[in-house]
Design a protein around this ligand. Structure first.
Ligand code: C5P
Length: 219
């Protein structure tokens, strides 16, 4: 029998990078490992939540006990998140590509002597902003992430207001921190109450603390 403080709650979690195709064999991506999003989804499920885990192509093993939706692109991720609504809470840990390649080719672009292709881009939908600002069925709690390399608190505070989400989990992903792709994270939780600095801990411990906070916020 299911037990835990999140029984009866539905939570959508996005995770991993997105891949934006150039042609069938090439794509644009980013360095997100999916580790933090996966840990959050697993922990929420362990606390009893019904979790819809919408993940881009990540190396990280998929969490157990969650409903998994695999996507490649930002547009597919947006569609999967919309299809998963309504939910009590949404946690957007994915590193969504800001842009997609215009007119991605259906066949492999051939190397031609002396000809270098150029790419143009369009802006991808902002999933976090769109769910945060939804006129109907907005989740009670919307949590975004902010991977920053400079002025972490200031930038994340602005981001929270711009996107309209309730919390931002901000972290410093400067290469020297070893956080991106690593096992540990050092986050600042930005909410209406200000900025709360958490000590550096494992991504599993961050997930545990965050999941408990989410359970408290949902009451
Ligand atoms: O826009 P930016 O990447 O700075 O903000 C990061 C937060 O926004 C993350 O929570 C990320 O999952 C979310 N995001 C999104 N859709 C996008 C871009 C970012 O959900 N297209």
């Amino acid at each position: 029998l299911a037990e835990g403080p999140l029984v009866g709650r539905k939570i959508v979690v996005t995770s991993g990078p997105t891949h934006e195709p150039i042609d069938p064999v090439r794509y644009i991506a980013n360095r997100s490992s999916g580790a933090q999003g996966t840990a959050i989804a697993r922990t929420l499920a362990m606390l009893g939540a019904e979790v819809v885990f919408v993940t881009g192509p990540a190396e990280e093993p998929r969490p157990e006990g969650v409903h998994i939706v695999e996507v490649q692109t930002a547009q597919q991720m947006m569609e999967a998140v919309s299809a998963a609504m309504p939910a009590d809470a949404a946690v957007f840990a994915a590193a969504v590509a800001d842009w997609r390649v215009d007119g991605a080719s259906g066949s492999k672009i051939k190397k031609q002597d002396g000809k270098i292709p150029s790419l143009s881009f369009s802006e991808n939908p902002d999933i976090l902003a769109s769910v945060s600002q939804a006129k109907s069925d907005r989740p009670k709690l919307v949590v975004g992430f902010a991977a920053e390399t400079d002025d972490v608190v200031e930038n994340a505070t602005k981001k929270r207001l711009r996107k309209g989400c309730d919390w931002i989990v901000a972290n410093d992903v400067s290469p020297e921190t070893g956080i991106m792709g690593g096992k540990e994270n050092a986050v600042v939780l930005i909410s209406d109450d200000g900025a709360e600095h958490w000590p550096r801990m494992s991504k599993d411990a961050v997930a545990q603390q965050l999941a408990e906070r989410i359970a408290n916020a949902l009451g």
